[in-house]
Design a protein around this ligand. Structure first.
Ligand code: NAG
Ligand code: ZN
Length: 425
């Protein structure tokens, strides 16, 4: 290309990015592989690959030998990628040769922006602004019961907006529900708003009690910048949007200041599990942690919503040592996964994070348990099951309600068991 042509193209590119602020990322002809390391050497090769290029996206962290990792590879990188795997004799399987096509098979309806407040429902997914407008309308319509709370701020200056629900009056034991810290896990904020609505409107005795016995703090979007980015630009975005060199974002669920970055996180800013340059480097986790500290002593149960794989998890993520009250965690876990199964037969498994899924230090549930005396702290990985890995983050809109109903069944059982064990006294 001649120099003038080259300059012209550069200019056009600048104009294009300026006018169309964000072009949507597509995954046409991107392949998805599952690869497994069999020894430390192979693990190191995969670790080097992770974050080496924005054309190779690891959907799982590379932290333990023997664990399967899902890797999305752009068409032009396939040859290089297979060459590297081949030389290291790493076993792999091709899962799809067109990820976009696989993703498109899931009908994921998004409500038309701006129309939502009047008819907010759970037949579609919502953009951030619509959910925020809905939360504001709830506060207006339920004075003395719903109070808007700001859990923190984001890098791009947004508010981490939520609601405090005091249906049974003040001074009730607190339950904190945080969702959406991973941007692409859309079912998590949708389920959180479903629960808010049920707490306010359900006629079912168990749900009415759940609303009246506790003070609820619910933040549907703990990572608003990331969530907006999944709507405007890249459906598979996970992290915050803080710039770090040529890459963006830290993993806000590896960024909390409790055994930060000891294991199961990456120090590479281009990795999806980048722990950040330091604990609480992200304004999202820093400000949210400050908000939580301001509630110290008032929160008895902390729940974090993620997707997917149908797991229920409890501390710790940084070590396989078990919490001192693990016997109680197990009782609550048993009651909760039995209840999640009742309505639709959905099976959840789980246990302590480190053994049940993988080592992961710096998660919110561990920080709440480890530093804030929140003695009961759980993380749900919602629908779908891990066998739906091609579309996992895209749960069909038609499943928002059933996934949320069974979650609420589970949370009723969880709160009841936590209460029976005396943690709300
Ligand atoms: C709510 O409180 C009532 C009365 O103390 C109790 O019987 C019920 O089990 C509680 N329900 C939950 C979900 O905490
Ligand atoms: Zn997650």
């Amino acid at each position: 290309m001649s120099l003038t042509k080259c300059l012209l193209f550069a200019l056009l590119a600048i104009v294009a990015t300026a006018s169309v602020s964000a072009e949507r990322v597509r995954y046409d002809n991107y392949r998805m592989y599952k690869a497994t390391s069999e020894n430390a050497k192979q693990l190191a090769v995969l670790k080097d690959l992770e974050g080496s290029s924005d054309s190779i996206l690891f959907l799982d962290g590379v932290h333990i030998v023997g664990a399967e990792v899902q890797i999305v590879v752009a068409p032009h990188k396939v040859a290089d990628f297979l060459d590297i795997l081949g030389k290291a004799e790493i076993k792999y399987e091709l899962k799809t040769s067109d990820l976009q096509k696989s993703m498109d098979e899931v009908e994921e309806k998004v409500a038309i922006k701006g129309r939502a407040t009047r008819a907010y429902n759970w037949a579609e997914y919502y953009e951030l602004d619509d959910t925020y407008a809905w939360l504001q309308s709830l506060a207006q319509q339920n004075p003395g019961v719903v109070t808007l709370i700001e859990g923190g701020k984001t890098y791009q200056g947004r508010s981490i907006l939520g609601v405090k629900i005091t249906k049974g009056g003040s001074n009730k034991p607190g339950i904190f529900l945080e969702a959406g810290i991973h941007a692409r896990e859309w079912i998590a904020p949708a389920a959180a708003t479903y629960i808010i609505n049920q707490l306010l409107t359900s006629e079912e005795e168990s749900v009415k009690q759940l609303a009246e016995n506790y003070t609820w703090y619910v933040l549907p979007h703990a990572n608003p910048d990331g969530y907006v980015y999944t709507h405007t630009t890249d459906r598979l975005w996970r992290k915050t949007r803080t710039p770090y060199g040529n890459c963006f974002g830290a993993d806000p669920n590896r960024n909390w200041g409790f055994h930060w970055n000891e294991v199961g996180a990456s120090s590479n800013p281009c990795s999806d599990t980048y722990a950040g340059p330091s604990a609480f480097s992200e304004i999202e986790t820093l400000s949210l942690s400050e908000y939580l500290k301001s509630l110290k002593g008032k929160i008895n149960l902390y729940i974090s919503l993620h997707a997917y794989s149908q797991y229920l998890l409890y501390p710790y993520g940084h070590t396989n040592e078990l919490p001192d009250n693990v016997a109680d965690f197990k009782k609550v876990y048993d009651a909760s996964i039995a209840a999640v199964n009742k309505r639709y037969g959905t099976t959840y498994t789980g246990g302590n994070i480190y053994d049940a899924i993988y080592p992961a230090a710096g998660a919110s549930v561990d920080w709440a348990y480890g530093t804030q005396d929140v003695r009961m702290s759980f993380c749900y990985e919602l629908r779908p099951s891990s066998s739906s890995f091609l579309t996992g983050f895209r749960l069909p809109a038609a499943q928002i309600i059933p996934a949320s109903e069974e979650l609420l069944d589970s949370i009723v059982a969880m709160a009841t068991e936590v209460k029976n064990l005396g943690y709300f006294d």
